[in-house]
Design a binder for this molecule. Sequence first.
Ligand SMILES: [Zn+2]
Ligand SMILES: [Zn+2]
Length: 353
Amino acid sequence: MLLTKKQQILIVTLTSLIMLSAVVITVVLLTTKSDSSSSKEQTSATFYVVPLGTEGGLDESDLSSYLLTSVNAGQPNVVYIALDGGTIRHGVDVAIQQKLLQSATDTETFIRDQIKAYLVSHGHLDHLGGFLLNSPNDKAGKSIVAMNETINIIQQHYFNGQAWADFGAQGLKTYDYQILDPTNNISQPIANTDFNVRLFRLCHTCPYLSSAFLVSRRNVSTASILYLGDTGPDDIEKIPLPNNQTSTPRYLEQMWKEVAPLVVNGELKAIFIEVSYVNDRPDNLLFGHLTPKWLLKELRVLKSSRSMKNVKIVVTHIKPEKGARETIMKQLKEGGGDDFTFVLPEQGEAIWI
Ligand SMILES: [Zn+2]
Ligand SMILES: [Zn+2]
């Protein structure tokens, strides 16, 4: 069949239009799909997390700190708590740029008005440096929530009038101290928030202590997250005793026993836990930290026969060594198989839980 030149042009134009439409439809479908899956995650979420800093050292603009708020009908609350405070200001700057803090007008006002409490896991600078540096401009009436040992470090070594002015309860009174007793198994309310908190002791190069916070929604009894500060593995952490003896406190195992019922009833939504080094790090150089194999060993103590697929394992505190993030995630996925859901947090990327 012979076609006239006009007919040929018409066919080419029609074919091009059909192909173009197919591309447009595919793009629209793909976009709609990712939008609907993220909004589904959002509407079913009970917590919203904005990582202000995620690394385990060196880069002062990206050190351990996570903003946490509750979510109702897909909308994050305007009131936050900070889980550790290594990096604050730069993390909030990035979060506002990335439109993760919709209720924020500017960084200064957000820090003053919308962060209501600082939960500090232990006294190391990479967990509270950003918080201390911002304390002169902070608004009065906030709580520093920690165990007694951490509060003592803050009072004696930072808020002592020499390292820094005393912004604590005995000085300029910007902050109140809410001391949590690790032996108390009743969750305590955090003032000006809808959260309750309970603290567990951890070993971070025995006998030095760190801590974990079990944060629950006060009016939603089925939603909790567990945030751990730095910790070594139970098998490595030993307290030296006289006569060359050692004792093993096994704080992680004790905590796993306490939170296991929350995994069984679906209440525990996420565990924030550190992995500082890759697997080939020798045990004598862990300095109170975990590797992928040690984390998996600890998680298997908690898992036992119960499924943990619905508990997000947020991997924190990776030391800034070249390729460490990729290697650690690969080693966790290879060693953990399908048993666990690992999440690698990034500054400027929100996590719906
Ligand atoms: Zn530490
Ligand atoms: Zn640390």
